[in-house]
Design a protein around this ligand. Structure first.
Ligand code: UD1
Ligand code: CA
Length: 450
């Protein structure tokens, strides 16, 4: 069945107390909106429509950044969830499949849950996602008789008896496009909020003799973000799941609660992650690699057998081949380190290719930036870069070459050559003794004067 996804993301999120539109606040490094788009992807939608309102330009940019094919429509005034869905009507004109509606501020709906809704659609015209609420608070209540969902009553409009119901509406709705837009066309705004409620389509469907039902999911999935506290709670919930998932996948986490994952972190089986490691977006660590304590990784790939840290920083474009060593206080950016290369101490490698088995001495810096442009450093296989070498890019050091410690390398070094780029040492006999005497007598003279 072809499917279209509509994500409602027009709300301001006043209670976030922020200049940033609510759906652009991040959990595990990705905007809430992207989490919603990723969960909707479970149904392999043919069209994705994002309904923007507050902060529309920024919200549209984030949506397109995640999926360039997304259709963005604008809701000028936030007149309710049905009105919001109605903004997608023209964009989906002629579309014959099913439509699923998600909220941009509800990041954790599981793929299995959406699949269960799609399965329930085989027997029902309208399918709603509900949950058993520990504290039903101000959620809409589901009025069920057996498997049939009769209608949804918003909290504001509910009687005391209806408020006692604890099965609540998550907001997720699924129906055939023609049915959905026809029902939405019939929704009025005669209610306590004066809004066009999407939830009213259930009662309207039943009045037309259509069938409706609810799929019930875990409350944790429907967690919505309305405040900074909710956002922190969503982050904690995400991290707890990510840690449990990693352990399940055969990753060793010595202190799971101190390891932070991004929405897309991939860790191979038998990877070992020591305490206090932070994964930003787009990191893959292969099976059997070790990330030692207090390391910060983003946008990088660590291959089998590599060891990173402690206290290492891998920035976007860092590609570590098998058995590479990156040690303490080393930063790697946009650089490819071939198998077995070692960069063990106090070093910056940026915009570089490091050959297999090369050894980069302590305090080495690739001087990649001239203040205007970035330039590349290429180091051949098995080259030995002496401690405190400045490699002024663009520059190439050949295979099996060496640089002397403290060198400033400004021109290419041929394979197997030794480059010395520093002043020659001179020893002045007795000069140190005379210097000390001079300095001591100057200090003694100063003391007398005070
Ligand atoms: C909605 C449901 C309620 C459900 C709850 C779950 C309705 C009428 N009520 O209530 O049954 O229990 O969600 O969290 O649907 N939005 C727009 N444009 C609008 C209005 C809303 O884009 O004109 C977006 C918001 O940005 C938000 C989502 O739709 O992402 C839900 O709107 P909100 O006003 O928060 O609905 P609730 O009152 O929470
Ligand atoms: Ca809400």
């Amino acid at each position: 069945m072809p499917t279209a996804l509509i994500i409602l993301a027009a709300g301001q999120g006043t209670r976030m107390n922020s200049d940033l539109p609510k759906v652009l606040h991040r959990v595990a490094g990705a905007p809430l909106l992207v989490h919603a788009m990723k969960s909707g992807a479970a149904l392999a939608p043919d069209h994705i429509v994002v309904v923007t309102g507050h902060g529309a330009d920024a919200v549209a940019a984030a949506a397109r950044d995640h999926d360039p094919d997304v259709i963005v429509v604008h809701q000028d005034e936030q007149n309710g969830t049905a009105h919001a869905v109605d903004q997608a009507r023209a964009a989906l004109d002629g579309f014959g499949g099913d439509v699923i509606v998600l909220y941009g501020d509800t990041p954790f709906i599981r793929p299995e849950t959406l699949e269960a809704m799609a399965a329930a659609r085989a027997a029902h015209d309208v399918v709603i996602l509900g949950f058993q609420a520990a504290d039903p608070a101000r959620y809409g209540r589901l009025i069920l008789s057996g498997e049939t969902l009769e209608r949804i009553v918003e909290y504001k409009d509910a009687t005391e008896a209806q408020r006692a119901i604890t099965i609540c509406n998550s907001g997720v709705v699924m129906a055939d496009a023609a049915t959905l837009f026809s029902l939405i066309g019939a929704v009025g705004n005669d209610n306590a909020a004066g809004e066009y409620y999407l939830t009213d389509i259930v009662g309207l469907a039943r009045a037309r003799g259509l069938s409706a039902t609810a799929v019930i999911c875990d409350e944790a999935e429907t967690m919505g973000v309305n405040t900074r506290a909710d956002l922190a709670g969503a982050e904690a919930a995400f991290q707890a799941r990510a840690r449990a998932g990693a352990l399940e996948d055969g990753v060793t986490l010595i202190a799971p609660d101190t390891v932070f994952f991004a929405h897309d972190t991939v860790l191979g089986r038998d990877a070992v992650i020591e305490p206090n490691v932070f994964f930003g977006p787009d990191v893959t660590v292969e099976s059997g690699a070790t990330i030692r304590a207090f390391s910060h990784l983003e946008g990088c790939h660590v291959s089998r057998g590599a060891v990173v840290g402690p206290f290492a920083r891998l920035r976007p474009g860092a590609e570590l081949a098998e058995d590479v060593r990156v040690g303490n206080f080393v930063e790697i950016k946009n650089a490819i380190l071939d198998a077995g290369a070692k960069v063990n101490h106090l070093t910056y490698i940026g915009d570089a290719d490091i050959g297999a088995g090369a050894n980069i001495g302590a305090g080495t810096v690739t001087c990649n930036y001239d203040g205007v442009s970035k330039h590349r450093t290429v180091i051949g296989a098995r080259a030995f870069i002496g401690s405190d070498t400045m490699l002024v890019a663009p520059v190439t050091v050949g295979a099996d070459a060496m640089t002397a410690s403290g060198s400033v390398i400004t021109s290419d070094v041929p394979a197997e050559a030794l480059a010395v780029g520093r002043a020659r040492q001179v020893n002045k006999d007795g000069l140190a003794r005379r210097m000390f005497e001079m300095l001591k007598s100057a200090k003694a003279k100063q003391r007398k004067e005070y």
